[in-house]
Design a protein around this ligand. Structure first.
Ligand code: 5GP
Ligand code: ZN
Length: 219
């Protein structure tokens, strides 16, 4: 069924184009999410056959496995940060061309460090995944995408329904183990950036997310 759609990537990663499969090795496949909920949205798929059908909360009880996944998400976070720098960074080719057109001095040979784009990436899993194969989301914080069409899309990445990889292993009494009881997906909307509340007004939230996206990427 459709819930098994991620299985093909771990079975035959070499059959996909680079705009679908970002990279693969013996233990992991990194892909672009087909319905991205941010301007950059990747998925890390562990290939371990003993883990791929497990709920992330259970799979990550294995400390050695968790350590391996955490290490790989660090690699993917760096890669994603590099992508954001290319897309939005002040030292991007686009920005340099813009500056040149304005008659600005060419950039010095040694560019300053610039913005830490790794901070603009979030990494984690959904408390209730919809897809069967174990996957970790690696996405930019913006939540700006035409594919973000439903209230649950926003809240699944903007409430404790999204569990950061750093929070594992989870305590036994962690409330996020009861996501439905907590009602995360039905909560009122809160802007990820400024904290403003939007009640249940999704259209208004979407407009606001576009404004925030424009400011965030220029910052
Ligand atoms: P979940 O809600 O299970 O944590 O997230 C599953 C993710 O997989 C969603 O973000 C969804 O957009 C993505 N997705 C669903 N089907 C496919 C597919 O066939 N290919 C890719 N690349 N992503 C998919
Ligand atoms: Zn805001």
């Amino acid at each position: 069924g459709v819930r098994d759609g991620l299985g093909a990537y771990i079975a035959k990663p070499e059959t996909y184009a680079p705009d679908v499969v970002v990279y693969h090795n013996d233990d992991f496949v990194a892909i672009h999410d087909m319905f991205p909920k941010s301007s950059l949205h990747l998925l890390l798929l562990p290939r371990d056959q003993t883990k791929t059908r497990m709920h992330p909360f259970d799979a990550f009880e294995d400390a050695a496995f968790l350590a391996k996944v955490k290490a790989e998400t660090q690699t993917l976070r760096k890669l994603a940060a590099g992508e954001l720098r290319r897309k939005y960074g002040k030292d991007s080719a686009q920005e340099q061309a813009r500056q040149a057109a304005l008659g600005a001095d060419p950039p010095p040979d040694k560019l300053p460090q610039g913005r830490d784009w790794e901070q603009e990436i979030v990494v984690g899993v959904h408390a209730v995944p919809s897809m069967n194969h174990l996957h970790v989301h690696v996405l930019s914080v913006d939540r700006y995408s035409g594919r973000l069409k439903h209230r649950k899309h926003y809240n699944s990445f903007s409430t404790p329904f999204f569990v950061p990889i750093e929070d594992f292993p989870l305590a036994e009494d962690d409330v996020r183990r009861n996501p439905t009881k907590e009602g995360y997906l039905k909560r009122d909307f809160t802007c990820w950036r400024c904290g403003r509340g939007f009640g249940d007004r999704f259209a208004e939230l979407k407009q606001h997310l576009e404004q925030e996206f424009k400011e965030w990427k220029k910052l």
